[in-house]
Design a protein around this ligand. Structure first.
Ligand code: GTP
Ligand code: MG
Length: 264
């Protein structure tokens, strides 16, 4: 089963999206922020896939800290994200991207869960507002660029099928098997095109790579002097691995593991 957490601010349409996926009114959706109180799990089959949907209470934030009444739902949302394989971050196209949206997005990225973004309530937007919300998204949530973004209307049902396909894709990317020979080949090609910068007498030597985990995928790179690999080079490798293994929709972690002997 794919564990799919539906998360976002209050009133963005999380429960409506779940009802639309199920094709029936199973959870309460209502135009009152805070309608869903507790996280609810619902089993759902579609095509040859099985899902457990997790509906969560919307997270709100006032001032600098989450208010204590909200603490419970914050913890529930964090738990739902932790317990999931894939998270759908629901945003409201009819309001600006807020700090809370960015906050929840940050939780998801930290957790390493696969992610699909749904910009909901796309119905009834004029062209000006469509462009505006896209700019908002690109400006404020650029760090989600590993994730697919869908413009949907949970209420009218459009975009929901494509969203689900991206969920499957993100799930498969998060659980992909990355073989040591292929990882190592991609690593060597990357180094050939652009070697890591020298530090002092040594240039870090990247020898081979193997997979160290799933959901998120972890690539462990072995070599020497790897402490000296700069962040920019790590990002370069990330791009290369992403492209080679089609890792759309999932964070990717790269760990460096140096062997003791620098002359080995
Ligand atoms: N126009 C429009 N309205 C929508 C859409 N999706 C949801 N809504 C409306 O937005 C309101 C809130 O929807 P809910 O599904 O209850 O939102 P929620 O995210 O579950 O809210 P909480 O449980 O309070 O966190 C309802 O009045 C919905 O009818 C949409 O695609 N378009
Ligand atoms: Mg709800």
């Amino acid at each position: 089963r794919i564990k799919l957490a539906i998360v976002g601010r209050p009133n963005v349409g999380k429960s409506t999206l779940i009802n639309t996926l199920l094709g029936e009114e199973r959870v309460i959706a209502y135009d009152l922020p805070g309608t869903t109180r507790d996280a609810i799990e619902i089993e759902f089959d579609h095509g040859d896939r099985k899902y457990t949907l997790i509906d969560t209470a919307g997270l709100r934030k006032r001032g600098r800290v989450f208010e204590s009444i909200e603490k419970f739902s914050v913890i529930k949302t964090l738990q739902a994200i932790e317990a999931s394989n894939v998270a759908v971050l629901v945003l409201d196209a009819q309001t600006e991207i807020s700090e809370q949206d960015a906050h929840i997005a940050g939780f998801i990225v930290e957790s390493g869960r696969a992610l699909v973004v749904a910009i909901n309530k796309w119905d009834g937007l004029d062209d000006y507002n469509k462009e505006w919300i896209e700019r908002e998204f690109n400006r404020k949530l650029r760090f989600l660029n590993f994730a697919k973004m869908h413009k949907i209307s949970a209420l009218k049902g459009f975009g929901v099928g494509a969203l689900l396909r991206s969920v499957n894709e993100a799930h498969d990317a998060a659980f992909g098997k990355l073989s040591t020979p292929r990882l190592t080949r991609v690593l060597r090609e990357a180094v050939e095109q652009q070697a890591p910068p020298r530090r002092g007498m040594f240039r870090p030597k990247l020898r081979y790579a193997h997979q160290g985990g799933q959901n998120p995928p972890v690539v462990v790179v072995h070599g020497n002097q790897l402490e000296a690999v700069p962040e920019s080079y790590r990002r370069y490798l990330e791009t290369r691995f992403r492209r080679a293994f089609k890792l759309d929709g999932t964070p990717l972690r790269i760990h460096f593991k140096s062997s003791r002997n620098p002359y080995a």
